[in-house]
Design a protein around this ligand. Sequence first.
Ligand code: XMP
Length: 318
Amino acid sequence: GWSMASFVESTIKDLRDTLGDDHVVCGLSGGIDSTVVAVLLHKAIGKRLHCIFVDNGLLRINEREEVIDFLTESFDLNLKYVEAQELFLSPLEGVTDPERKRKIIGHNFIEVFDAEAHKLQGVKWLAQGTLYPDVIESISFKGPSAVIKSHHNVGGLPEKMNLKLVEPLRELFKDEVRKVAYELGLPDNIIWRHPFPGPGLAIRVIGEITRERLEILRQADKIVQHELQASGWYRKVWQGFAVLLPLKTVGVMGDERSYESVIALRIVDSLDAMTADWTRVPSEILARMSNRIINEVKGVNRVVLDISSKPPSTIEWE
Ligand code: XMP
């Protein structure tokens, strides 16, 4: 049978053969895919791998601490931290269209990479954590109208970057990436980390993206993550997160009328993200999430549950 140990071994060998003495640049997002890519490449070519972590202002709480610090401490990775919050957030001001958000963020990533890669002498390759489902969903054979969402981490790199692509996970599904991560000795909090989209919280703040709205979502999402973990449901679901809706509703706080935002809970089961169903999370857990979000997150007075399956809905709201 095809084992993950042999996948790791043959991939490292292939990478060595393909890359020779070349240098490679790799974007680390904090997710399992780019982490596994980085560790595989580090094992293959060591310090000739140059990782770049971009803080785009669209990350969850603790994104950097949990993954990046671990990677540099455990693997002695070459890593450059790029502070780019302003660069990403200012062109997103006033933008509400999901595809425009993705285009702006994708474009900015390429700009940042181009600039950073140019500072590194002699880099010839760009490594990406593209998975098989990304390849299928982005490369549609039915023409541009059939493209569902333009995943910014796949294809379309402008010629000016002049880098060749190396995508060692291109043939894998997510559950296989987890097995590879296990094989590589990565810790549970990375192996079991839910997928997080490249455009980050930008596509979970529905409507306009402001620092205030991002902060509301971060606080609500922190509670969702915590309650999933504490109840043991985190590992049972494919993905669970909060979405901030672009509307306000009326409520009461004590004797006062409130008029505040709505948070939607999106918690799904899936095998590969191609199809998904909403998870039947026990109502006590949902109740705890709702109570905590409404009581603890300033600016939210209502929580709703998304009970849509994919298709026809998608996992993310944008
Ligand atoms: P959808 O919303 O298309 O999401 O059902 C399927 C899976 O892909 C993730 N996702 C993305 N990942 N860049 C990514 O790297 C993106 O632009 C992107 N959009 C969605 C989503 O979180 C889910 O796991």
